[in-house]
Design a protein around this ligand. Structure first.
Ligand code: PLP
Ligand code: COI
Length: 339
């Protein structure tokens, strides 16, 4: 019941909403797709997703604007990234125009669950696909489901905008020529031990290094990095094994076009970290979460922005990005889809 939700105190958790979208792929074609109230999935014990993890997913949000409209942020980019993930995992692509239409349907059908403007919460949408027919030899499924459910969420990290402490991980989330660049469920399975271990040691997240040489910064389990130099340049790691974050790609435009900053996407050495003024994690769930400290095997790398609040450039990026997402600031053409 949406009426009973305490919007301002939501964490990043799952709350069942009214409707979700389902489409099935069988005999070489996607069916018409439909909204359903049923949140349960029934499948063979030998379904490809259960045995060989043939699944990929997306994450995007719907926002309530100050004047009460509901909007989504760049769903076309989620559609095309899911298409890339599906292709790489030998799954059929869900047509990208149908993806955006399904997003619209799910948000409209769950409009009561879109949190009020100013509550700090948003409606998180989780599109995903998986191989559903029985497969016992290692090969792709031939039948699939595409689904989108949604759930209202608050901040991904407890404390919201308070800087977090992360550690340099000894574990990898992606292999050098593996699946780091797509949003495959298996990447997240790879990160579960690392995140539990990080939490047990008091860290909010892992900083993964490049899996081949372990000298360059890659990303965290669920967000890309942005760094700000002392002279106000936004630097973000370039790597073939990180997920191309839609938030990060949007921030590069915001930095350059709205804030007049210089932007560099390039390999970032771990040894450079100590020279940056600010650091943040960016993603749909993370929005921009400031990082105050990175611990590298007992050595603290403390950013001058400190542990109390976001650095000034991170704050400007945050305000501009969320202003665009919530309709306070004019968006570049095509970024906002009204429901
Ligand atoms: N990196 C990883 C590993 C992620 O899971 C996510 C979340 O989607 C991101 C980065 C951020 O991507 P986006 O900004 O498209 O949400
Ligand atoms: C997102 O930001 O949408 C993510 O997928 C990150 C995490 C929740 C897995």
């Amino acid at each position: 019941m949406a009426q009973n939700i305490d919007w301002s105190n939501l964490g990043f958790g799952y709350i069942k909403t009214d409707k979700r979208y389902v489409s099935t792929y069988k005999d070489g074609a996607w069916d018409a797709g439909t909204l359903t109230g049923d949140d349960m999935i029934s499948m063979s014990e030998c379904a490809c997703v259960l045995q060989y993890a043939q699944t990929c997913f997306e994450g995007l949000k719907a926002y309530r604007t100050e004047d009460g409209r509901i909007v989504c942020f760049r769903p076309d980019l989620n559609a095309s990234r899911l298409a890339d993930s599906a292709s790489y995992l030998e799954m059929p692509v869900f047509p990208q125009d149908r993806f955006v239409e399904a997003v619209r349907q799910v948000v409209a059908a769950n409009a009561d669950f879109v949190p009020p403007y100013g509550s700090g919460a948003t409606l998180y949408l989780r599109p995903f696909m998986f191989g559903i027919n029985p497969v016992i030899g290692v090969k792709p499924a031939s039948e699939f489901q595409f689904r989108i459910f949604c759930t209202p969420v608050g901040p991904y990290f407890k404390g919201g905008a308070k800087p977090i402490t992360i550690r340099v991980s000894d574990f990898d989330r992606a292999a050098p020529h593996g699946t780091g660049h797509i949003k495959a469920g298996l990447n997240y399975a790879m990160s579960l031990h690392a995140i539990v271990d990080a939490h047990n040691q008091g860290y909010a997240e892992n900083m993964y290094l490049d899996p081949a040489t372990r000298t360059y910064v890659e990303e965290t389990g669920g967000a890309n990095f942005i760094f700000i130099t002392k002279d106000g340049t936004l630097v973000t790691p370039k790597s073939s094994s990180i997920l191309p974050s839609i938030t990060r790609r949007s921030l590069m435009v915001v930095a350059e076009k709205y804030l007049g900053m210089k932007v560099e996407e390039r390999p970032v050495k771990l040894s450079e970290l100590k020279d940056f003024a600010e650091c943040g994690l960016c993603g749909t769930a993370a929005v921009i979460s400031p990082v105050g400290k990175v611990v590298d095997h007992g050595t603290d790398i403390c950013f001058p922005s400190g542990m109390e609040k976001m650095g000034p450039w991170t704050q400007k990026l945050y305000d501009t990005l969320t202003g665009i997402q919530m309709g306070r600031i004019e968006a570049p053409e095509g970024w906002i889809v009204e429901i």
